[in-house]
Structure formats: C-alpha cells, structure tokens
Design a protein around this ligand. Structure first.
Ligand code: 5GP
Ligand code: ZN
Length: 138
C-alpha cells in the first residue's frame, strides 16, 4: 500500500526525484536531506508502513541485508571507519516522518559527534519489574 500524502512513499517510488543510492523491488535508499555525516542515507520500503510494529515480516527480514550492503559500499567508497543504523518509532523517539525507515549513518575518524544517551543505572527490583512487564506480553 502507498499513502497518497506521504513524502517517503513518493520518494521511495520515484514520484518525487531523490538522490538515490540503491533500488530493488522492495526498497529505495536515498541520501538524507539533512545529513548527520557525509553519506547519511535512508532505507525506505516502497510500501507504506508507519513504523517497525506495522512492518511486513518479509520486508523486515530483508532490511538488514540492504543495510549491510549500503554500509559496506560506504566503507569502501566513502572511507568511513564504521556506520550506525538508527531506526526511530514514535514521536517520543524522534520519528518525524511516519513511514518506516532506517538511517545508515557513516562514522569517520574525527568526524562529527553524534549524540547518544547518558548511561543510567538500574536496581535489581526494577530489572525484575521490567522483565515481568515485557515478557508477559510477548
Ligand atoms: P526520523 O527523525 O523520522 O527518524 O528521520 C526523518 C529523516 O528524514 C530526517 O533525517 C530528515 O532529514 C529526512 N527527511 C525529511 N524529509 C526529507 C525529504 O524530503 N528528503 C530527504 N532526502 N530526506 C528527508
Ligand atoms: Zn509512506
């Protein structure tokens, strides 16, 4: 399914031209318009899924292979020293475009710093609570 008012549906399906790195029957990979580092790319499924929880299983099974292919080509072609995959689900997690996508962000020696989280702490009691809350819903 394609959503008429979705910018990523349009970019993924070539309705709006994009700086495209890769395309197959299920995905298009484009350069991010506001890159965190040189080569920052977005893996877009051609069908519309709002987020990871909506994603079709077959598409989900393929997406990491596409990420690996892109990451290897970035390492060889752009000379990055590593790369991050980032995938945001929900506004609270930083998702701004409500069409599932995976960021592939090349990382360079001495390159731009990319914010991570401050490591926290967790008690034994909270660990038990978390395990109970999650595992009973799987
Ligand atoms: P999110 O915050 O939803 O995980 O990431 C959305 C990403 O899409 C952002 O990094 C933003 O720069 C990028 N983006 C938003 N609109 C466009 C667009 O029209 N073209 C391209 N190439 N990237 C976009
Ligand atoms: Zn869409």
């Amino acid at each position: 399914m394609v959503k008429d008012d979705c910018i990523f549906c349009k970019l993924a399906n070539g309705v709006i031209p994009a700086a495209s790195l890769y395309e197959d029957d299920a995905f298009r990979v484009i350069l991010d318009a506001n890159p965190a580092s040189k080569g920052h790319a977005l893996i877009l499924p051609k069908h519309h899924y709002q987020d990871l929880c909506e994603l079709d299983e077959a598409i989900g099974a393929k997406v990491l292979n596409v990420a690996a292919k892109i990451g290897k080509a970035m390492t060889d072609g752009l000379g990055c020293a590593g790369f991050n995959l980032v995938q945001n689900n929900g506004e609270a997690a930083g998702q701004t475009v409500m069409h599932f996508h995976v960021h592939v962000i090349p990382r360079y020696e001495g390159g731009p710093k990319i914010a991570a989280w401050d490591p926290g702490a967790v008690s034994a009691e909270e660990t038990k609570e978390i395990i109970e809350a999650v595992t009973t819903r799987l």
